[in-house]
Design a protein around this ligand. Structure first.
Ligand SMILES: Nc1ncnc2c1ncn2[C@@H]1O[C@H](COP(=O)(O)OP(=O)(O)OP(=O)(O)O)[C@@H](O)[C@H]1O
Length: 259
């Protein structure tokens, strides 16, 4: 593995810590002893081709199913043993669309606020604030069904921000969107990291969403094959660009030698 340097730092709890996590669907092993950590207030790309295991990792981190092999901690809270404390610190945008199309934007968000135990008055203020963050304030009373794909994504991001989590997970959040919507959403998310100190794990297979200053975890067939600052990964692979580094890591065999 190209292990450029550990992402976590001694003494500060990592925003997300994944330690030796494996996952099996029947006999199919989707994750193979995956370990990495992400620091608070950093943008980390989880990079992997289709089938690399990104969604499986998100499902475990979100406690959609139990982590049976290894441990996942969110700001020090174990997702299996201390799931409510862990989940409280995390906002998630899933790959599949999850808004209720027959409800308005306000109703979708109010329902989520209720699930998080946010009182009605506070919820109204939070809904206004998060919609402003994603530039969707003018669509408050529109039905979700009337929004474009990019606008729905923005509302899903707003919903994930409602309970002010210090960690956000986004699984292929820009899939299916046009180039302008993709860029807009990515820039909104990057500004959450820079201005509000939120840690973001951004899963994607789209290499053009990655910048040299980002942190990255590269997954290939369920294994971490590189992690660290993107610029350092590019250098360690001896390639000249992020595209070439990613292509090379996806070609590499388990012992790091390209066939
Ligand atoms: N419910 C399931 N049952 C059996 N195998 C599964 C199941 N879900 C995923 N897999 C397998 O586990 C592996 C990892 O899949 P996963 O969806 O986590 O990858 P991914 O990186 O998110 O891919 P994509 O970008 O296509 O969503 C794949 O080989 C996939 O076929």
């Amino acid at each position: 593995m190209q292990h450029v340097r550990a992402i976590g730092q001694e003494g500060t709890p990592a925003a997300l810590e994944v330690v030796g996590v494996s996952h099996f669907y029947g006999r199919k092993q989707a994750l193979k002893s995956v370990s990495f950590s992400i620091r608070p207030a950093t943008f980390t790309v989880l990079l992997g081709l289709n089938g690399a295991g990104k969604t499986t990792l998100f499902s475990l981190t979100n406690h959609l199913f139990d982590t049976r092999h290894g441990e996942i901690r969110i700001f020090g809270h174990d997702i299996n043993r201390d799931s409510s404390e862990a989940l409280r610190r995390m906002g998630v945008v899933f790959q599949a669309r999850t808004l209720d199309l027959d409800l308005s934007v306000r109703q979708n968000l109010a329902y989520h606020a209720c699930l998080h135990g946010i009182g009605a008055r506070h919820a109204a203020r939070r809904i206004a604030a998060v919609l402003e963050t994603v530039e969707m304030s003018d669509r408050l009373d529109d039905k979700a069904r009337s929004l474009s794909g990019g606008q729905m994504r923005r509302v899903e991001i707003a919903r994930a921000l409602l309970h002010s989590p210090p960690l956000m997970l986004l699984d292929e959040a820009t899939v299916g969107l046009d180039i302008r919507s993709r860029a807009g959403i990515l820039s909104t998310i990057r500004s959450l990291v820079e201005r509000r100190g939120i840690a973001v794990l951004w899963a994607t297979h789209l290499i053009d969403e990655v910048e040299e200053s980002d942190e990255a975890v590269v997954l290939r067939q369920g294994e971490v094959v590189a992690q660290g600052r993107v610029a350092d990964i590019v250098q360690a692979t001896g390639t000249g660009s992020i595209q070439d580094a990613f292509a090379s890591l996806n070609r590499a065999t388990a012992d790091g030698v390209a066939p």
